[in-house]
Design a protein around this ligand. Structure first.
Ligand code: EPU
Length: 406
């Protein structure tokens, strides 16, 4: 019960930070979440030779003028998925990127063929050997690019490189997530000419030079959703402030269908309890559909809804590693291909459980909040990749949750 303010967006921050390499003057970014993925990217920029001033919770200033290297080795890239954005950023900066394959959550095969196809179309020569992508271009040249599937990472990477290419680039079938629009706004504030982000076609007029800027990233869509689900799970009365309710329509619609009361103002969402929560069917889709990043916490919530729910995951084939842990807590769940069948139970009970990826961690926190008794959650570093001080935020709303050092 109470009010909570949402942090800056993870998936927008991890794109905006590498994008600072596209100019040669300092950029200041505000509202970054204080999470491990942000720290890991800052270390990569410093490794490349950028001067960085970071005041967590306040701002990050990156002066990339000293960046000469275009090589990012595996010990750096392995720490996060978004290290693949160094490819587009370095290619746009200097026509050279040598970036080891990214790490990140193990939720399926996650190829980057569409990113590479986009870079090739812009005139880069790509070699993919020994776990490193080598991309080189004398001069990037604008092109028409049609993505075979909607890809967030591919859209962002190609937007970054194309912002500095000569001539016009048109991206067909791009991702439309809020962080795509936010990155385009950031790049435009540096002097890029990008139109159509958030629609079915993005048009980019390449610029030779971009300038330094000051930019505030949008609030985190997935943290907002996780807090909404946590509020529903505990039958709490919670107001989430500083969020963008229009980014949350797919989740809001599902919670309303379950019988949860959700009301919105311009920049806040209030979630209030209803006596019974009904089972619903959920299918993940690209934005504005139900986000795959909320599939796991939503599955946890549905474990105690009345009736049988289904949750179908269409984006990542292995985003189901939380299910075994939920079963330990008493959930009645069956996985059939890519659909989870959930028979609502009256009670979950606390158990020791292990986090396998970021959003699985969020799911286990939600389940722990609903369960009787004590839930011990191990491998919490996955959660810290993407959620800022999650236990403090939930505690401020009345949850009995604390972090213990082993
Ligand atoms: N895909 C390909 N080839 C490509 C690119 C993607 O086959 O070249 C496939 C993927 O395997 C997947 C689908 O296309 O099946 C969508 O992948 P996408 O590229 O959109 O995902 P991503 O860039 O790897 C980002 C977020 C994820 C989020 C997805 C979907 C970042 C750093 N990661 O991943 O965030 O789930 O988009 O919205 O922005 C998270 O925050 O927990 C997280 C995993």
């Amino acid at each position: 019960m109470g009010e909570i303010t949402v942090s800056g967006g993870k998936n927008t921050s991890v794109a905006v930070i590498p994008a600072t390499l596209l100019c040669d003057a300092p950029c200041t970014i505000e509202n970054l979440p204080d999470i491990d993925d942000v720290h890991a990217l800052i270390e990569i920029l410093e490794h490349l030779g950028a001067r960085v001033e970071y005041v967590p919770g306040h701002h990050l200033t990156v002066d990339p003028s000293g960046v000469k290297s275009c090589h990012v080795p595996f010990p750096y890239t392995n720490r996060l998925r978004a290290s693949y954005y160094l490819l587009g950023a370095l290619l746009g900066r200097s026509g050279c990127a040598e970036v080891a394959y990214p790490g990140g959550c193990d939720i399926g095969s996650r190829p980057i063929d569409q990113h590479l196809k986009g870079f090739s179309a812009l005139g880069a020569k790509i070699e993919d050997r020994g776990g490193v992508v080598y991309a080189k271009a004398e001069k990037l040249q604008g092109a028409d690019i049609f993505f075979d599937m909607v890809t967030v990472g591919g859209t962002i990477n190609v937007m970054m490189a194309a912002a500095k290419a000569e001539g016009n680039t048109v991206i067909y079938n791009p991702a439309k997530e809020p962080h795509i629009v936010d990155l385009a706004n950031f790049l435009n504030s540096m002097g890029a000419k990008i139109k159509g982000a958030g629609t079915d076609v993005i048009r980019i007029r390449g610029q030779q030079k971009l300038r330094g800027t000051t930019y505030t990233v949008i609030p985190d869509q997935i943290e907002t959703g996780t807090l909404m689900i946590a509020a529903a799970a505990t039958r709490g009365d919670v107001t989430i402030r500083g969020c963008i309710p229009t980014h949350m329509e797919a989740l809001t619609a599902k919670l309303l269908e379950m019988g949860v009361r959700v009301t919105q103002s311009d920049d806040s969402i209030r979630v209030r309890p209803q006596s019974e929560q009904r089972a619903v069917n959920v299918k993940t889709q690209v934005y504005p559909g139900f986000p795959t990043d909320l599939q796991q916490p939503m599955t946890a919530l549905l474990c105690m809804a009345t009736g049988t729910s289904t949750v179908s995951e269409t984006i990542f084939e292995q985003r189901f590693k939380h299910l075994d842990e939920l079963r330990r807590m008493g959930a009645k769940i069956k996985l059939m291909d890519r659909t989870v069948l959930i028979e609502g139970v009256r009670e979950l009970y606390g158990a020791p459980v292990t986090v396998t990826d970021l959003r699985a961690g969020a799911a286990l926190v939600v389940a722990g909040l609903m369960a009787k008794g004590i839930t011990e959650i191990y491998e919490t570093s996955y959660i810290d990749r993407g959620y800022e001080r999650i236990e403090e935020k939930l505690r401020s709303l009345g949850a009995d949750i604390r972090r213990e050092k082993l």
